[in-house]
Design a binder for this molecule. Sequence first.
Ligand SMILES: NC(=O)c1ccc[n+]([C@@H]2O[C@H](COP(=O)([O-])OP(=O)(O)OC[C@H]3O[C@@H](n4cnc5c(N)ncnc54)[C@H](OP(=O)(O)O)[C@@H]3O)[C@@H](O)[C@H]2O)c1
Length: 337
Amino acid sequence: MTHPALPTARLGAEGPLVGVQGLGCMGMSEFYGPTDTTESLATLDAALAAGVTLFDTADMYGSGHNEELIGPFVRANRDRVVLATKFAIERRAEDPGHRGIRNDPAYIRSAVDASLRRLGVDVIDVYYMHRRDAAVPLAESVGAMAELVRAGKVRHLGLSEVTGAELREAHAVHPIAAVQSEWSVFARDVERSVVPAAADLGVAFVPYSPLGRGFLTGSFQSAEQLAADDVRRTQPRFTGDNAAANGGLLEPLRRIATARGVTLAQVALAWVHQRAQVHGLTVVPIPGTRKRSRLAENTAAATLELTGEELALLEPVAGEVAGDRYPSMAFTQVGRE
Ligand SMILES: NC(=O)c1ccc[n+]([C@@H]2O[C@H](COP(=O)([O-])OP(=O)(O)OC[C@H]3O[C@@H](n4cnc5c(N)ncnc54)[C@H](OP(=O)(O)O)[C@@H]3O)[C@@H](O)[C@H]2O)c1
């Protein structure tokens, strides 16, 4: 049962009903500094108790570790958890920085079996293509994903970092329940083509990194402050002069947060939820946290209403952000638009 404090929303016309905010589990395994398994597992339980039902992982998070970590929690709560995982980014044990993009049907068939095995479940609720390899015809990849639905291994399909045109093409092959791409006060390139396409097709939007990977919360000013292996050290907007300039852009969030007696994180999340109304589509952000305290804070933001004046203060921010979202934008939707 979903907690009454968190409204629900449907992923696509035929997809599952989920709490209107999900939980990103990635940081529980990798990328954002030291992890704490006990607190991470307690955060999963706290999320479910708060009405969060969409739990987001991927096969590449910790090279399988993240799926293995959340597997027991998913199995213990299988009737309430909506489990989302992803394929397409191949890693190599001997080369930690390697990222190969694979969309070919044979790879998809082996990836789903590996995910099911690590998770210890019979079926994945939402199976996303994590990145698009334009060398493989999209209809072939989505066709292979549709076969997984027919085989009962997957219930619904999703795509990540696709263009509006790619979403339309895929949706014509098999209904797509959700698109997952970066969308926040700091990252609005999706509003150009894929958001309007999703609104048009009735596909739900699952914004990832809605807290700008933590930068929008004011908890770090520059990635140079973070652990040596923190992935944000490689992301252009969080380092050097860009980080200093972007820190100044948090001022309107800070003003709103102070006036409303809420946190910067809550303002950032409320903004994402309210963009749904502007674009006329369902939005289910998946802020990532490994801590129960932040889970409670973030969940409360799902029902925070910003005024028109506050939204206007935030409107110009994304246009002023210095630096790209990734070191290379080639494998984002921007690279193909
Ligand atoms: N499809 C894709 O390509 C893709 C890419 C990236 C991420 N994702 C998914 O999206 C999820 C969310 O994105 P994300 O984790 O990259 O970024 P995010 O949600 O924007 O930010 C996460 C960061 O913010 C911190 N944080 C969370 N709540 C906070 C709060 N209230 N106050 C201060 N700091 C807070 C977290 O630290 P603590 O954990 O210490 O709280 C973490 O460092 C991921 O977990 C993953 O499932 C998908």
